[in-house]
Design a protein around this ligand. Structure first.
Ligand code: NAP
Length: 248
């Protein structure tokens, strides 16, 4: 069966690493992105140069209409989806809860939580045997922040990732008998651009001494966990969380 994967936020960081490894494992790849078309096209170009099949679609996961269009574009280009990685995620400038306004919190939740739910909905409608699908697998990107809380930095982001953890638990049980496995990968601190959007590009190096392995992680290390959970090697694994966090 043709393996077709959609990775939201695949233009950079962890999503881009998942896209590369998925292509190497024979998946036909669709990545979505928000603004950075050049980075998305670079990921697609790298896959195509190695004879892989890939495309990039601009779609804001926080907008339901964009998500519906994104999945329709995958249907039209490649056919039925077999794997979804809910990877697109954002955080805002480091702040305490008593400094946050509603617009900020809603933006974080719209992308990280509502976006993951709506993408999961569209995937289930295509994969579930209940809808005539052939099954599939979903991996949601959470964060160790969901259990550490991120005090003084972004409790809103941490709380949004706790919602993602619970999405995995509940959805995995809803669709377990319909041929779909749903799991979470929970990274620790990984070298990507996301820390710059929190206002501290060098954050990984600042906090790495608090990590038992005394180093930050790399996107490729997270991607390997995602690909394992999507694979048949994980055929009896659903509703679980795999921490990729150097022991923290
Ligand atoms: P990143 O380097 O900041 O990349 C974010 C990606 O998401 C980009 O491709 C971006 O597209 C896309 N994106 C952002 N908002 C979007 C939206 N509304 N709709 C669609 N796409 C959107 O992030 P990352 O560090 O790789 O993080 C990936 C995931 O891992 C996130 O869910 C994050 O919370 C989680 N995570 C990361 C770390 C870490 O330390 N890096 C730790 C724990 C969890 P553009 O390129 O177009 O902007």
């Amino acid at each position: 069966m043709k393996k077709i994967i959609l990775i939201t936020g695949g233009s950079r960081g962890i999503g881009a690493a998942v896209a590369q490894q998925a292509a190497e494992q024979g998946y036909t790849v669709c990545i979505s992105y928000l603004h950075n078309q050049a980075a998305a096209e670079a990921v697609v170009g790298a896959i195509r140069r190695k004879d892989g099949e890939a495309m990039a679609v601009q779609a804001d996961v926080a907008l339901e209409g964009d998500v519906v269009r994104l999945f329709e574009q995958v249907d039209a280009a490649y056919g039925p989806l077999t794997a979804l990685v809910n990877n697109a995620g954002v955080l805002a400038k480091q702040a305490r809860v008593d400094e946050m306004d509603s617009a900020r919190i809603q933006r974080i939740f719209a992308t990280n939580v509502v976006g993951s739910f709506i993408c999961a909905r569209e995937a289930v409608r295509r994969m579930s045997t209940r809808y005539g699908g052939a099954g599939g697998a979903i991996v949601n990107l959470s964060s160790r922040a969901s259990r550490l809380g991120s005090p003084g930095e972004y409790v809103d982001y941490a709380a949004s990732k706790a919602a993602v953890d619970t999405l995995t638990i509940g959805l995995s049980k809803e669709v377990a008998a319909e041929g779909i496995r749903v799991n979470t990968v929970s990274p620790g601190v990984i070298y990507t651009d996301i820390h710059a959007s929190g206002g501290e590009p060098q954050r990984v190096d600042r906090v790495k001494e608090a990590i038992p392995m005394k180093r930050g992680g790399y996107p490729e290390e997270v991607a390997r966990a995602v690909l394992w959970l999507l694979s048949d090697q994980a055929s009896y694994t659903t509703g679980t969380t795999l921490d990729v966090s150097g022991g923290r």
